[in-house]
Design a protein around this ligand. Structure first.
Ligand SMILES: C[S@@+](CC[C@H](N)C(=O)[O-])C[C@H]1O[C@@H](n2cnc3c(N)ncnc32)[C@H](O)[C@@H]1O
Length: 484
């Protein structure tokens, strides 16, 4: 959620929007359909957004941004000023460095008017205090924030480059220098601002030849292990001022040869907000990456069980593949995961629809008697993903143990929510209160998923097994193949 508190100089909010639009329209090649405008949506907690001034037809172009206006490594003069190769830093860190460079240039940057409409404070989980994070209780999202790794990457890869080039990166915000611990801390904070902007605003930029639809991926922290496979990232002015809505996506960015073009993918009525698509992400991820939650993303909530959670309840002393032959068998057959995601069941969903096949295989393997396991091991063949009462019973225990890891019950949380919920919350809340409210909504969603799955296990626990196939193996055709 973006309120005034997220923007520098909120009293000039409208002026900054006007200046940004004037700058944009003055740039060669930019086209902005007069039927759209930039709106002040702070009263709903959504910062800036794009709204239709008059009705727009499906397929109509909303705006077009030439590729050379994207704030990206390939368009920044830093590329020619720095040794070594910027791209070698990977998509996140290279763009972070470019943004630090352009931001430090102040009004001399081509993107100065753009920086002025971007927020400087965020509610993404990277910025939450330990006390605020505790409100997320046992949510698996807490382990995905990646703050420590991001700090290390910035300190190792960004700080030395900035310090070695003080002429390119003059200290900002009245800081005398980036030397020493205090300098490093200031730079770290500024780099996190850029990292958070990249996380919530940047697009993956495809090469012109591969013209394709908008790709807005779902990486975990600022940096991930598979950077080689990632496309370069870029900040696309105006395209990134569209908010998102799980049910009202009506626009999409098309990456064309010369330009990136935002088009209406539905008829849009006068006064309607224009929404991009952030994908089907659970509220925990929405919060981690975008710093807000809305109720209509609750349909995508999940519960994530770690391998450790499962092994502990199954009575294994640890979850190390080297010391646990049952895990070793699964690993050797490439069906072992670190974590297992169970989505919120849709109204008529079955266990087949929601349980990842790999989880069911793990449960089955853990339920084998020593003799059965030895047989499987000698043939190097894990069991098929069959859900019978024995696996259901183990899964129930695992879910109950997970439930117990949260410090409060669903009923208590629901009561708390109704006592706290002012109209339009959490938009009406600020600061830590808003964060606590959002954490409450996330953990409620996860507890609801646990409760729903527990209820779905009940018939299996009383009846014995799911339908079996003709060969006697349980019918595994529909188990989801989902990996974390
Ligand atoms: C790509 S930006 C969109 C522009 C942003 N509203 C601004 O003022 O700069 C993404 C950020 O917008 C906010 N946002 C997006 N969709 C939202 C929504 N439906 N409700 C509230 N905030 C939203 C979140 O803070 C998110 O991190």
């Amino acid at each position: 959620m973006s309120s005034s508190a997220h923007f520098a100089d909120p009293s000039s909010f409208q002026q900054q929007s006007n200046d940004f639009v004037s700058w944009l329209e003055s740039c060669p090649g930019v086209q902005v359909n007069p039927k759209i405008c930039l709106a002040d949506l702070r009263s709903t907690g959504a910062g800036r957004g794009v709204v239709a001034r008059s009705s727009i037809l499906e397929g109509e172009e909303l705006f077009s941004i030439p590729r050379n206006l994207i704030l990206a490594v390939q368009n920044s003069e830093l590329r020619n000023l720095l040794e070594p190769d910027l791209e070698a830093l990977g998509p996140w860190l290279s763009l972070m460095l470019v943004m630090l460079f352009e931001y430090s240039k102040g009004t001399n940057s081509k993107w100065a008017a753009y920086f002025r409409v971007l927020p400087t404070r965020f509610d993404t989980l990277m910025f939450w205090s330990s006390e605020e994070l505790r409100e997320l209780q046992a949510s698996a999202i807490v382990d995905k924030i990646g703050k420590k790794g991001a700090d290390e990457s910035i300190l190792q890869s960004i700080v030395p480059v900035v310090r070695a080039n003080p002429n390119l990166f003059p200290p900002v915000h009245g800081v005398p220098s980036y030397e020493g611990d205090a300098g490093a801390a200031t730079l770290l904070e500024l780099a996190h601002v850029m990292g958070s902007l990249i996380m919530a605003y940047a697009f993956d930029i495809e090469k012109p030849e591969t013209e394709d639809d908008d790709v807005d991926d779902n990486d975990e922290s600022y940096m991930t292990d598979d950077e080689d496979e990632q496309l370069p990232k870029g900040m696309v002015p105006l395209a990134d001022l569209l908010n998102a809505d799980a049910d009202r996506n009506n626009a999409r960015l098309f990456q064309e040869e010369e330009c990136l073009v935002m088009k209406a993918i539905k008829h849009i009525q006068e006064g309607e907000e224009i929404f991009n698509d952030y994908g089907e992400i659970p509220r925990a991820d929405l919060l981690r990456r975008y710093g807000y939650v809305t109720e209509n993303y609750s349909q995508y909530d999940v519960i994530e069980l770690s391998l450790g959670d499962v092994c502990q309840v199954a009575g294994l002393s640890d979850s190390d593949v080297e010391s646990q032959p049952r895990l070793e068998l699964l690993e050797a057959n490439d069906v072992l995961d670190d974590g297992y995601v169970i989505p919120r069941p849709a109204p008529n969903a079955s266990l087949h629809d929601i349980l990842p096949a790999e989880l069911v295989v793990l449960l089955s393997t853990l339920c084998l008697t020593p003799e059965e396991f030895e047989q499987r091991r000698s043939k190097n063949k894990p069991p098929k993903p069959a859900m019978e009462s024995i696996q259901a019973s183990l899964l129930r225990k695992i879910l109950q143990a997970k439930q117990a890891q949260y410090g409060s019950s669903l009923a208590q949380d629901m009561q708390l929510l109704s006592s706290l919920l002012p109209p339009n919350a959490p938009a009406a809340l600020e600061g830590s209160d808003r964060r606590k409210m959002m954490a409450l909504q996330v953990r409620i969603g996860e507890k609801e998923v646990i409760q729903a799955v527990l209820a779905m296990l009940e018939p299996l626990l009383s009846n014995g097994s799911l339908k079996r196939g003709a060969n006697g193996d349980a019918d595994d055709r529909q188990f989801k193949s989902a990996r974390v």
